[in-house]
Ligand binder design. Structure first.
Ligand code: FAD
Length: 385
């Protein structure tokens, strides 16, 4: 490897910037180069689904420009620059025709929104909101409009429904599942969230798929596979996120659901590391902020000469649906040995996932029960000690 070449970080999301901040605390003079496909503004992505309730434009959500971050962190940032290939033997990356050397490379390029495959020719009225630029485009498309069709009843779909309702929109959710948050919440908690959202006016169509979206005046008409039709002004697609793995796979780096990394956040290639939404750390793909913060701290040490394993403590997810607050710590996947024990008063649900010995492995709390998270967190085992 070429040790005079910079550490190169690909991606200017929370993973890339948090790593750069942690690196600067440990190594003031280490040459750092960040390359990002977007405009490099620093922002907190979770705020994208609270922007209507708080009435914030994309510009207002941006905390700093790329130039401001470059100065603050004493690093070079190349914006609107897409990495097109990695050569793990030569220790270089390609930016189209240009080649850039790295001493160490960090893949922090996130996850992409799964695009809906929908017929009907109204694709330009269907929006995924996965970064600041998407949010800006969507806000201008939704300006002065009223009816929003949201595809997907997961965390992001439900948060947008709550947020846009708070911003004065009429929201309808369509999703091909029996309940909201199909992979995250037990039925009792999911029903409480659905009831909370219905209470503020959100309409649900759970079960059917959207099969066609056609233009209808300035808006759209969506046809569901049960024959129902929904008229809306704009459509939000929130059907899922997929870690970006293609370029890494093409380069011969091991990928699975995400880019495969060990607890040092090292990939299968020498001097190539990964963190954030694109990473699969010891089998875990966690599309949340807390894991990437823990990863950034550990990786900064590793990259500056102190090999450090990342550990994940207890990391409950707070869902931003004020119509029915939710905090959930999902039980580890594939653990069939436990069961949900549910206590419920109206929309206040306390669901505890316990194994046969009675150990708490996960929980879901809604409504007033979210206050009990502190006590339950103390009882939970760390996700990756
Ligand atoms: P990203 O922020 O996606 O950054 C990826 C970067 O890589 C971008 O700069 C992109 O331009 C760049 N890039 C990609 N490909 C290339 C390429 N080939 N060349 C150059 N650059 C490239 N998590 C929580 O914990 N709590 C929440 O409440 C929460 N709410 C959320 C709400 C919404 C609406 C969304 C979408 C997510 C939410 N999340 C939440 C998840 C959280 O925001 C993400 O886990 C986190 O922001 C991921 O950061 P990242 O840096 O890994 O990826």
């Amino acid at each position: 490897s070429n040790s005079s070449a910079p550490i190169v970080i690909i991606g200017s999301g929370l993973a890339g910037y948090n790593l750069a901040k942690e690196l600067r605390k440990l190594a003031a003079d280490q040459p750092l180069l960040m390359i990002t496909g977007d405009d490099g503004r620093s922002y907190s992505k979770p705020m994208l689904s609270t922007g209507y309730g708080k009435n914030k434009t994309a510009d207002e959500l941006a905390m700093n420009t790329a130039a401001g971050m470059a100065e603050q962190l004493n690093m070079t940032i190349r914006t609107n620059t897409v990495v097109t290939a990695i050569d793990i033997d030569a220790h270089t990356i390609s930016l189209g025709d240009e080649t850039v050397e790295y001493s160490k490379l960090v893949l922090a390029w996130g996850a992409e929104a799964v695009g809906p495959r929908i017929e009907g020719g109204a694709e330009d009225r269907v929006f995924s909101i996965n970064d600041l630029e998407d949010y800006a485009k969507f806000r201008s498309a939704a300006e002065g409009k009223k009816r929003v069709l949201i595809m997907g009843a997961g965390l992001i779909g439900c948060e947008f429904a709550n947020d846009m309702t708070a911003g004065g929109y009429e929201c309808e959710i369509v999703a091909p599942c029996d309940q909201v948050f199909p992979t995250l919440l037990p039925e009792s908690a999911a029903n409480a969230v659905q009831a909370g959202l219905e209470g503020i006016g959100v309409k649900f169509h759970l079960g059917p798929l959207v099969s066609r979206i056609e233009r209808d005046g300035d808006g759209v008409v969506a046809t569901l596979d049960n024959g129902d039709e929904i008229r809306a002004d704009v459509v939000v697609s929130a059907i899922g996120l997929r870690p970006r793995t293609q370029l890494a796979g093409d380069a011969g780096i091991k990928v699975n659901h995400g880019i495969v990394a060990d607890r040092h956040l090292k990939t299968s290639a020498d001097d190539v590391y990964t963190l954030g939404d694109c990473a699969e750390v010891e089998g875990r793909v966690l599309l949340y902020v807390l894991p990437l913060m823990a990863s950034a701290r550990a990786l900064a040490k590793t990259l500056t000469g102190t090999p450090t394993e990342v550990s994940y403590g207890v990391m409950p997810v707070t869902v931003k649906t004020p119509a029915c607050p939710v905090v959930v710590s999902p039980p580890p996947g594939g653990d069939a040995s436990g069961r949900w024990i549910v206590e419920q008063e109206g929309n206040d649900v306390q669901a505890e996932y316990r194994n046969e010995a009675g150990d708490l492995l996960g929980y879901a709390l809604t409504g007033a029960k979210v206050a009990n998270k502190v006590a339950l967190n103390k009882e939970l085992p760390a996700i990756m000690p």
